[in-house]
Ligand binder design. Structure first.
Ligand SMILES: [Zn+2]
Length: 132
């Protein structure tokens, strides 16, 4: 059962006043039953509230490459958000789409992908075998 408006308001009021007895785990680190030692871990692939799937997938790619916090990564997220907000002319959408791809290329430059890591392993193995 979802919390009532009154309960949510009460909880917010109490929380501001330092009373966390109504706070919920995962929302407030001081909520009853929360372990202070364990930070909340969100899975990277989990779409955030209200996030468009396209935006979520860009974020997932950036996060898995460790680039989501870089300026280039944020640029990608900004463009992806603009893109899904719509209201573009056909040519505007095409241009934005090109920009988005280019920005992603820049953001991912030098990021090790899984495929790269496997290639690197294979390369090293070959070098060993052939003594190069
Ligand atoms: Zn609280």
């Amino acid at each position: 059962m979802p919390d009532s408006q009154a309960l949510r308001a009460q909880r917010a009021r109490n929380h501001r006043n330092g009373d966390h007895s109504l706070c919920r785990q995962g929302r407030c680190p001081q909520a009853p039953g929360s372990s202070h030692a364990e930070p909340i871990q969100l899975h990277a692939a989990e779409p955030r509230d209200g996030e468009e799937p396209l935006v979520a997938s860009y974020r997932e790619v950036l996060e898995s490459a460790g680039r989501s916090a870089s300026p280039e990564g944020m640029h990608v997220m900004h463009l992806a958000t603009l893109f899904v907000q719509g209201k573009h002319t056909a040519s505007g959408a095409a241009a934005l789409s090109r920009e988005l791809r280019a920005a992603l290329d820049v953001a991912m430059r030098g990021a090790a992908t899984k495929a790269d890591a496997l290639d690197e392993l294979a390369l090293r193995r070959d070098r060993k075998v052939f003594g190069a």
